[in-house]
Design a protein around this ligand. Structure first.
Ligand SMILES: [Fe+2]
Length: 240
């Protein structure tokens, strides 16, 4: 299994708080059947892309060293969760923020109210630049929940979606559960991510979440969302 959305890098965002916690998260992942994890720390400061990338990559190397020492069989890939703001219009090269230097870019909106028209413009700017935006956890956004039509517009624009395992398992609320299930059924959500932040609560014990998924999520959905599609992203191939 492959996770394309995680906050396992220590002390870079509100995710893992120490290298020990990074290692604990990777151990949980390995025990739950994961082999590959894309580290996607929150990214907000479009004026300092280089500094973010340097810190991310040096910490990834430290975690990789420890994984090798402790014989934890997890391969880590670089990525970022881009908080969409007008900074993207003036930012320089965004390539280092994509998932494993592919064309795929994990993006997030504010959970609360935001200007939808401006949000759509930002996604279309990324598309014009040749990126394929993957919108993280659409089932959590107030704006999408009150107007599901926005999602159809984004699909037409070439945007794809990643839902959170916690939402699908019903750990957030009923609306998040039903929307995330619907997005998978409709073929709009191509990935189920952990969005893991810590070893205790938002963690990588994915099996217990999978067992709580709605019954309409079948084994083909699981294979596509946890294996086939994430691998295509890492390899920069088309996702179907
Ligand atoms: Fe996240």
């Amino acid at each position: 299994m492959i996770d394309i959305h995680s906050h396992i890098i220590f002390n870079i965002d509100d995710g893992a708080a120490s290298i020990e916690e990074s290692i604990t998260l990777c151990r949980q992942a390995s025990e739950n059947g994961y082999k590959k994890i894309v580290a996607t720390p929150h990214f907000t400061d479009y004026r300092n892309i280089d500094r973010f990338v340097l810190e991310r990559d040096s910490k990834l190397d430290l975690i990789r060293e420890r994984l090798a020492e402790e014989k934890i069989d997890i391969t880590l890939y670089p990525g970022a969760e881009l908080f969409l703001s007008r900074g993207i219009f003036t930012a320089g090269d965004l390539d280092a923020l994509t998932i494993n230097s592919s064309r795929y870019m994990l993006c997030e909106f504010p959970l609360g109210p935001f200007n939808v028209r401006s949000g759509l413009e930002m996604l279309s700017e990324l598309t014009l630049r040749g990126y394929t935006p993957i919108v993280a956890h659409p089932e959590r956004y107030h704006e999408f929940r009150r107007n599901y039509e926005i999602i159809y517009g984004l699909v037409d624009q070439g945007v794809i979606f990643q839902v959170n395992a916690d939402c699908l398992a019903g750990n957030i609320d009923r609306t998040a559960r039903s929307i995330s299930a619907e997005l998978i059924q409709e073929g709009f959500a191509k990935f189920i991510g952990s969005d893991a932040h810590d070893a205790n609560r938002r963690n990588l014990n994915i099996r217990e979440r999978i067992s709580a998924f709605p019954s309409e999520i079948d084994s083909d959905d699981l294979k596509n969302c946890f294996i086939t599609n994430p691998q295509s992203v890492i390899d920069n191939e088309d996702v179907f």
